[in-house]
Ligand binder design. Sequence first.
Ligand code: 13P
Length: 249
Amino acid sequence: MKKIIGNFKMNKTNSEIKEYIMNFVSKVDKSRAEIILCLPSTALSTAKYLLDGSGIAIGAENLCDEEGGKNTGEVSGEMLKDCGAEYVIIGHSERRVKYRENNRSINKKIKIALKNRIKVIFCIGESLAEKNLMKTAEVLKTQLEDALKGLYENELENIVIAYEPVWAIGTGKIPMNKDIEDAVKTIRKVIADDFSNKAAEKIEVVYGGSVDNKNCGSISKIKSINGLLVGGACLDPINFCQLIRDTKA
Ligand code: 13P
């Protein structure tokens, strides 16, 4: 079954998410996909309460790269876990660009998430300039190798890699299916070289970037991807339910 992950980004108040979830749960066809809602931290406790026993998983969108204490304004892995987060997005390009996250801090965040038994949705992808210079494979390799440094092979079971070309996020532009396939091939080759062929086959890779109701059917036909990471198109519950229905299982 494919994973469909909604990334709410910095959208919706706690009350709005409460309303969203009540609407969504009553309409969504859960047999179509494994659904994960990645929400702002302010809404996690509410979501934990409302989604308990629903089979829909909750994710956070970020965590601190340190474990406790003197980090005013940050949220720790332990706090997220306690609020119901089963997943956390790490390395999103919006955080890499706007909050200057680098592969070193991303590596620390991944280790902290795993230590707290939170699965990681690890985002990688090339910028438009890098794509134009045909550097996609090189960029993906560096992002993967730097962020996965020091991990054991069995820990990859708790990591989902999200291939999100930066130029495709929020732009309405998407790569050709062939380009997504090539990127996924690169990702699996890096995992095979650095871990094992078995790990490369098993690791889950999802695609994100301008996924919507019109293109989800075609993108989800790509055999080598294990799901979709959806931004803007997840924000309306009815729309998102339809997208889940239209995604190829
Ligand atoms: P959009 O689907 O809005 O392009 O966002 C993608 C994304 O950043 C998901 O993490």
